[in-house]
Each structure stands twice: as structure tokens, then as C-alpha cells.
Design a protein around this ligand. Sequence first.
Ligand SMILES: Nc1ncnc2c1ncn2[C@@H]1O[C@H](COP(=O)(O)OP(=O)(O)OP(=O)(O)O)[C@@H](O)[C@H]1O
Length: 359
Amino acid sequence: MTAEGLEFDVSLDRPGFQLVANGRLAPGVTALFGHSGCGKTSLLRCLAGLEPGCRGRIHHGGESWQSRSGTRPPHRRPVGLVFQDARLFPHLSVRGNLDYAERRRRGEGPGRAEVIDGLGLRALLDQAPSALSGGESQRVALGRALLAGPRILLLDEPLTGLDTARQREIMPLLRTIPERFGVALLYVTHSRYEVLALADQIMLMREGRMITHASVSSVFSSPDYWAFLGQTEPAVIWPGRVVARDNDWGLTILATDAGRLRVSGISVDPGDQVALRVAARDVVLTLEPPTATSVLNSLPVRVESLKQTGEGVVRVELSIGHRASLWTQVTRQSVAALRLEPGRRLHALIRPEVLSINH
Ligand SMILES: Nc1ncnc2c1ncn2[C@@H]1O[C@H](COP(=O)(O)OP(=O)(O)OP(=O)(O)O)[C@@H](O)[C@H]1O
């Protein structure tokens, strides 16, 4: 089951603030990222039908939720909302909270047992919300939202306020929701780490405007957005798939757009998806393919562009085939010694870092 697309073109006026946003929510997880006050929560509220002042169009599948001819009320939109604080009903047990959601079901949706087992809620069913930890409360909030049968989950910083251990417990669950339950996620966050670990697509928002909407790997790899994203050094993000394990050497072989890469020290199985980060400082250029080096990965590259970025420092954009790019930083002296110019072909030794694993 796949999620149907949500399309929106909306605006909202408030004193001193204007939201003007359009986009199309893809299946999977889309991060909505932007600085405080840029309008992320306001956009979620518009999509959920909670902002009476919202103008414009919202369509989902073949259905109109908002147009000139009318607006569908919030309870008739197949949308689930989960906030930073779980907002469970305090007078009901976990079971009672889930029952309530099921009674309000808006159509087809994941089954009760599937949600309870998928989110690890069975042992909590008789507990009162006041007895739950923050991570448990958020899992119940997710379960409650899913049982109402949404096609789209709108998550407003659901992990903020949880400690790192709890965040790591919930993130893999969130990651599996689109495929397991056929629900698309729009996920508001300030955390680059959460974006990289969870999202396929990212929408960047600044001062009420959508400044880009594209794949996480393309946005994080583009110098246009490094400052906005708070990236302090040039780097690319590549998606990869585990193709083999070399148990003798403790190595994992990954297929990426740049070719096959070897990494060590990760626990994965063939078929798992990973997000890789390659920082410019972990890329070294050589003229000849190396014969003896401790770096595991050597790839043929072509110089695309050079840009002086500091005193004697040059940022070099490299391409690998037609589908992958890479950055490195060299001194002006190296530019001369290696005769670096657009079109020059060399070899790059790279050390990728595995950011996240999606089992
Ligand atoms: N109920 C409200 N009434 C009036 N102004 C509001 C209201 N809620 C938010 N605003 C204002 O609208 C703008 C957008 O706020 P919004 O909460 O959507 O931003 P945000 O990106 O979600 O911020 P944060 O990351 O801090 O949660 C801000 O200027 C905010 O002060």
C-alpha cells in the first residue's frame, strides 16, 4: 500500500508574519526544516485544517480538502498529528487512549495488533499515561494517531525533549511507518541529525517561504544550503545499500551511486539501506590509482570546478560517473602540483562515515 500524494498551495496572514507555501508530499518521510518562527507549525496546522485563516488549495489523491468552493473540516481529513508533548488523555489508560482513536477511525488503516506490536505497546496497555516515560508516551501517541486511520502523519518535533537513548529507540520505528502502514510522514525538526537519519525528502523553509524541496542527499550536498543547514564543512550525503558482508575482515560492501564502497565497524545485513556522509576532509586526491594504502576506497573522479574559499584553500568539486559528486579541499600548491582544472581525471581516496542504517 502506498500513500497518495498531498498537494498544497496555501497562504496565511498574521500580524508581522506571512506564510506562502506550496509543495507535494511524496511517499516516505519528508522533513520540514527551518529556523524557529519560520512557519513550520503554521503549515502543519493549515494542512490539518486547524487554521481558519488559511487560504488556497489542498488536494489529497482525487479529493479536495480546501479550495475556493469549500473547506473540509479537520475531523474529515485523514491526517494524524503528533506533537512534542504526547498529549495523551490523562484519565484513560494506554488501552483507553488507543480505543478512543480506533472509534474515530476515518477509513482503512493499520490493524490494532499491527500497531500495538509494531510500536512495542503491548506491555504498556494497562498503564496510566502518568506512569509512562517520555519515549513510551510518544510511542503511544504515534499508535493513537495511526489507529485513527490517517493517510498522512504530521509530526511536530516529536523527539524534542527526549534523551538520546529514547530518540534512538523511536527513530527506527518512525522510519518504518511509511512502508509498514502506507502512511506518508511530514516531520518538523530543527535537528540535522534527525533529518539525515529519517528523511528521504526535505523541505526548507525561511521566513514563511519554502526555499527548496528535494531529496535529503541533494540538499545536504549542495553548497547553496550549507550555511542554512548549519553545516560547517563541505560534505556529500549518499544513500547506499548493503550488498555483502566480508566477515573475515569485518567489512561491509555498499552499493552507492558512486560505485561499491567498503566500510568497517557497522552491524548490518545484506539489503539494509544506509545513509553515508563523505566530508571533504576525508577525500584525498592522487594522480595514479594507489597500490598500497590503508584507505579502503579508491574511485576514479573528474574535476568539475574549483573555488578559492580561504587563504590558500581551494574547494574542488568532483564527479564520479554521471550520478555522484564529491567535494575535497586542497591547498593552492596542490592545485598547481596536481594540475587541477575542470576536466582533469584523477583518483580519490575516500573514507565514508555511516550516518544511519535503515533495516
Ligand atoms: N496563534 C498564533 N497567533 C499569532 N501568531 C502566531 C501564532 N502562532 C504562531 N504565531 C507566529 O507565526 C509565526 C510562525 O510561527 P510557527 O509556530 O509556525 O513557527 P515554527 O517554524 O513552527 O517555529 P518553532 O520552530 O519555534 O516552533 C511566528 O512569527 C509566530 O510568532
